[in-house]
Design a protein. Structure first.
Length: 224
């Protein structure tokens, strides 16, 4: 249950308890015409309805979570799931003194996507210095690089579910000119938290534009 749900349940319980405690004290005020027993029975009956209402409110966040999860699974089955993106160190960085970060975009959708642009959101002390398309086919890499520069890099949809989904990869170079970061850098490299925004077009019936947010707490940044 979410924090909001717990708060609603807590306050409803407080109101119910306060009503039960204060009823004997103020029965002369609230029970002016009916007998005390009948009045108390009526009030307790009303409170039971409010208690049921509070229980229903407390269950709403859980039911909403169930609905969201069912919708997510349905979208994945029918091929309407959103593409995902993550950032990591490529193998070259792990075994050599390289300084790029690998951005991986996986298209889980049955429709193709067009990668429009990759933008550095944060921090302001870092610059996205270079964006290079990574592909094992050198000839295809050049075509994809041109497509990306034009804001229309094509990534096929995941139609054949017996195969792995289509992946697009980029080598990103981040740099900083902040003196304090240059001083603490090792081999002209420093690790900083980085947030990217990836704007894509999902080529379905509506050709809708979506934005993928990628956060990495320890991206390699070229200092100096």
């Amino acid at each position: 249950m979410s924090k909001i749900g717990y708060n609603i349940l807590f306050y409803c319980c407080c109101v119910t308890l306060a009503a039960i405690v204060l009823l004997p004290t103020y029965r002369e005020v609230i029970c002016t015409t009916a007998p005390v027993a009948a009045c108390a029975q009526g009030w307790l009956g009303a409170l039971s309805g409010w208690a049921a209402f509070a229980g229903a409110l407390a269950a709403l966040p859980y039911l909403a979570g169930q609905v969201r999860e069912a919708r997510r699974q349905t979208e994945f089955i029918v091929g309407d799931a959103m593409p995902t993106a993550n950032m990591h160190d490529p193998r070259e960085t792990r075994i050599e003194n390289a300084f790029s970060s690998r951005l991986k975009i996986v298209n889980w959708n049955r429709h193709p996507i067009l990668i429009r642009r990759i933008t550095l959101v944060a921090p302001s002390t870092v610059t996205l210095f270079g964006v290079e398309v990574e592909d094992h086919d050198a000839g295809r890499r050049g075509v994809l690089q041109q497509e990306y520069k034009r804001g229309r890099m094509y990534v096929p949809g995941w139609v054949d579910r017996t195969r792995t989904p289509t992946v697009a990869e980029f080598d990103l170079t981040f740099s900083t000119e902040v003196p304090a970061l240059i001083e603490v850098a090792e081999n002209n490299l420093v690790r900083l938290p980085v947030t990217l925004a990836i704007e894509i077009t999902v080529a379905d019936a509506r050709h809708r534009i979506e934005t993928l947010i990628v956060e990495r707490p320890d991206a390699l940044v070229l200092a100096g």
